[in-house]
Design a protein around this ligand. Structure first.
Ligand code: ADP
Ligand code: MG
Ligand code: MG
Length: 885
């Protein structure tokens, strides 16, 4: 069938679709790829993602073609293994594994040991000569299948196991023998009958189809949906299903299972890295039931741990694994995250993928791999997710600060976080919404905790290793995480925790150091990041490959300094209204707004002029030699009006006008829809003296700084909310007059530009005409999105979530540009603007200027620069380079 692809066991994989992630999913494609390069992969087959999409579209039903495809796939595995599915004498067992295009750790379901029933378990015992192993596999299967396919709560099974151990006086699962597992299987089956009113399915084909359906259904599970929303994964991708012959890590002391990375995913160091468990199956490692052991001797010694590493305990299988690591890195030319199983000394590969890594590790690996010659510079630039840089651009713990260490755990995800302790995901989300920084503290995390982890600044767990759910997810989200802190115990009843010898209550402040595993009491001081080493090297390479300039949205000298330090090549948006809100000035601003005649207004403006000039002077000093785009006053007037009695009284004192009079005047300025009201250039048209004052302040400041430092900025005066050419013509003339007047007074001239924001659909449509008056366009995509979609960004939070969930917009259009819609306007305006004025300068200054997907679009339509908030400048530099490559 066209929907089923075989791998391993001599399958040829001649169809390239079998190795295409969009068809067979990441797991399936890589299984086929590994089998293709001769690595030991248990044979199996993959049902393509298209089937999932069709299944869900058809109201959860399978088509006939698929039945034939699956039968053919099972026959392939039977032939390759010499075992028969459902045969009591020589049974084939399989795993049924989900696998989307991108990895969604722990989000979707997998069933192991499928094909066991009361008859085949005997065959498995006889064939392997190990009854304990057979019954252990059967009890695992019943529990997993019941959980994943039958929807039964796993707690009843876990409780039964705990009681069985207690009754026998055992502490650990490994003490359970064949007869104990067999007895437990009896109890498990009773639990299923009791819960379900029918027996556990004995028909292996029913089991198989149940599991296939459950994997498809898991794509639609709530936790998978949340994960997709947080990670911008489209809902229509679907998941593939992999059905694969089981290999057994639970066949005694010469068997094991593990996960490994070809380089350290936390630091990027070139050293094998991982964990394994003897006599166990895959899920044991991730679930944190037993504490896994180190892979390498070096890592074990560094941690001072006793249980032997795999390198020491199973030298031959380890040597084979190391050989596979090197082969895989050379083949994929990237760090690989691997799942493997050793069955009676023989190594089997169960998964490989490019491993998730911290930003720090991503940088180090990209730079080192380029230096090793494994990849070229351009590939290195493409390797690092620009958004991940965010982790590095924020403060870290001050190395000289005192630390009151409560307890220690594993450094599972680097970075530092301070916040109040909360013990469950919902509280984390709730407190974060109220504005608290929270640290989520759990025994261990599971996929149900995702929303809480996302809301938290950091995650602390008592159990679980470096590859536990908490660790993997936290690294992916860029949240600092300390896992496996054995000195931590939580009492949910009193909502307190013991950390080391002390008690910590919910709401107490702690600090995590995800880079060394320290858990500290209180807030530990932080320091600004140093942008050196691998970061500097990679940014250098990025700058070599990028075409667009990167500017910053900044309106204070401090922001400008940060921006320059981060490599900004100018200011793309300096919003002047922020200067008006300043405490010392707001009274003057109010007097100006409430003035009833021009003379009063001018008096207030005259008093504001030196203040504005000082603002611009400070900014121009920092930005000397670079362009600075200043947007003249934009917000609706009412935003500046007094609120509440005291403010009116203060204003009355300052103006000598009665409170009632002022209130009436304020009432007159009321607007029903201020975002579409008296704002932007409409202010400049109706109160030209405001823009005159601002233009004068700009040119005076520019002349002063040029005079003092010899190096001027190039002011780019930007008129907001223009819809027609004539608005711009009038206001450009006003700015030009102010420039001429100032230049005449100062006895010098300066280069400057007058341009406009394109933030209304009409402006985009009329861009050809407007360009006659504009030397530059800056796309104000916040307002342009608002006005094109007819969606108020201040009110959108309530409905945009469901909109994105239902795929109406692929992402929040205020975060990532609506390329299909708003993008058309941007493109059209760029083309029309250039037709009129070929050298017109084009940039973007909306929030989108810091969003990699939007930046890629800006490159495509040939904008000259993007402008982003200062901390996003490095992200934009890297994203711009990637867009150009
Ligand atoms: P996830 O996507 O959650 O990692 P997987 O499908 O990779 O789920 O399965 C989880 C674990 O189950 C694997 O890491 C592996 O250890 C084990 N597993 C899956 N398939 C097999 C198999 N055919 N034989 C042995 N173990 C398996
Ligand atoms: Mg896996
Ligand atoms: Mg705007």
């Amino acid at each position: 069938s066209a929907y089923v692809f075989h791998f391993g066991g001599g399958a040829t994989n001649s169809d390239p679709r079998s190795r295409d992630k969009t068809i067979t999913g990441g797991k399936g494609a890589n299984l086929a790829e590994m089998a293709g390069i001769g690595l030991p992969v248990p044979p199996g087959f993959t049902i393509s993602t298209e089937v999932c999409t069709a299944y869900n579209a058809a109201g959860k039903s399978f088509d006939e073609g698929l039945r034939a495809g699956v039968a053919g796939g099972v026959a392939h595995i039977e032939k390759a293994t010499g075992r028969i599915f459902g045969d009591p004498a020589n049974p084939l067992l399989v795993s049924v594994r989900s696998g989307a295009r991108v990895s969604m750790p722990g989000m979707m379901d997998t069933v192991l040991n499928l094909g066991l029933n009361d008859a085949t378990v005997e065959g498995l015992a006889a064939g392997s000569g190990d009854a304990r192993f057979a019954w252990d596999s059967y009890r695992r299967f019943i529990q997993m299948y019941s959980d994943v396919v039958l929807g039964l709560d796993h707690h009843r099974f876990e409780d039964a196991l705990e009681i069985a151990k207690e009754d026998n006086g055992f502490f650990a699962d490994v003490e359970m023998g064949a007869e104990h597992w067999q007895a437990l299987v009896g109890q498990y089956k009773a639990i299923v009958s009791d819960e379900l009113g029918r027996p556990f399915p004995q028909d292996v084909h029913e089991q198989l189809w149940g599991a296939i359906g459950a994997v498809f259904d898991s794509w639609e599970s709530d936790r998978a949906k949340v994960y997709r929303r947080l990670n911008s994964i489209p809902h229509d991708w679907g998941t593939a299903v992999n059905v694969q012959a089981m290999v057994f890590g639970n066949m005694g002391e010469t068997s094991a299972t593990g996960v490994a990375f070809t380089r350290d995913p936390a630091t990027g160091e070139r050293a094998y890295y991982g964990e394994y468990l003897v006599n166990a199956q895959g899920e044991d490692v991730v679930a944190g039931i037993r504490t896994p052991q180190y892979l390498t001797k070096a890592a074990r010694e560094r941690a001072g741990a006793k249980p032997l590493s795999m390198e020491e305990a199973m030298p031959e299988a380890y040597a084979e694994l190391a050989r596979v690591f090197d082969l895989l890195e050379a083949h994929y030319k990237d760090m690989q995250d691997i799942e493997f199983t050793v069955e009676r000394g023989h190594l089997w590969m169960l998964q490989t993928r490019s491993g998730k890594r911290t930003a720090k590790a991503a940088l180090r690996m990209a730079v080192e791999m380029a230096n090793e010659g494994l990849i070229d510079e351009a590939t290195a630039v493409k390797r690092v997710d620009p958004m991940a840089l965010d982790q590095l651009l924020h403060p870290t713990l001050d190395p000289s600060a005192a630390r009151d260490v409560l307890t220690r755990g594993l450094p599972a995800s680097p970075g530092a976080a301070t916040g109040i302790v909360v013990f469950d995901a919902d509280s984390a989300e709730h407190r974060a919404q109220m504005g608290d920084d929270v640290i989520l503290v759990r025994v261990e995390t599971s996929p149900e905790d995702i929303h809480g982890m996302h809301a938290a600044k950091g995650v602390l767990t008592a159990r679980g290793g470096m590859t536990s759910h908490a660790a993997v997810v936290a690294r992916g989200m860029g949240r600092p995480c300390v896992s496996g802190a054995s000195g931590l115990s939580i009492d949910m009843a009193t909502r307190t925790a013991r950390m080391g010898t002390r008690e910590v209550k919910e709401g107490d402040v702690i600090t995590l150091d995800g880079s060394n595993g320290d858990v500290m009491l209180g807030a530990v001081p932080m320091v600004e990041p140093e942008l050196v080493g691998d970061f500097a090297v990679l940014m250098d390479w990025a700058d070599k490959h990028r075409r667009m300039k990167v500017r910053a949205n900044a309106e204070t000298p401090l922001d400008c300094q940060v921006a320059r330090q981060f490599g900004a090549e100018g200011v793309g948006l300096c919003r002047t209204e922020h200067m008006f809100f300043d405490a010392g000035r707001i009274s003057l601003v109010r007097q100006m707004i409430l003035a009833e005649d021009e003379a009063t207004r001018r008096r207030a403006l005259d008093a504001l002029l030196p203040e504005q000039r000082a603002d611009f002077t400070a900014i121009f000093e920092v930005m000397a030699g670079l362009p600075v785009t200043i947007r003249l006053l934009d917000p609706p007037l009412h935003e500046f009006l007094p609120h509440g009695e005291t403010e009116f009284e203060e204003l009355s004192e300052a103006t000598g006008l009665g409170v009632d009079h002022l209130k009436r005047r304020a009432g007159e300025l009321h607007e029903f829809n201020p975002m579409l009201g008296h704002r932007g250039c409409r202010l400049g048209i109706t109160f030209p003296e405001i823009y005159e004052m601002q233009a004068r302040a700009i040119f005076e400041a520019a002349c002063d700084v040029a005079e003092k430092s010899g190096e001027a900025v190039v002011p780019e005066v930007m008129i907001p909310l223009v819809a027609t050419r004539r608005e711009l013509l009038i206001l450009r003339a006003l700015v030009d007059r102010a420039a001429e007047a100032v230049f005449a007074e100062k006895g010098r001239t300066l280069e400057y530009l007058v341009g406009t924001m394109i933030e209304l659909p009409r402006a985009a449509l009329m861009a050809g005409e407007i360009a006659e008056e504009a030397k530059f366009f800056s796309f104000g995509t916040n307002d342009l999105t608002q006005t094109t979609l007819g969606v108020s960004r201040d009110d959108a939070a309530r409905f945009l979530g469901p909109y994105v969930e239902q795929g109406i917009y692929p992402r929040d259009p205020f975060v990532s540009l609506d390329i299909e819609g708003v993008g058309q306007l941007v493109e059209m305006a760029a083309v029309r603007g250039r037709e009129t004025r070929p050298d017109i300068k084009l940039g973007i200054c909306g929030e989108h200027g810091g969003d990699p997907a939007s930046i890629a679009f800006c490159e495509k339509v040939g904008l000259d620069y993007v402008s982003a908030s200062p901390y996003r400048v490095p992200i934009a530099r890297l994203a711009a380079a990637q867009a150009a490559l």
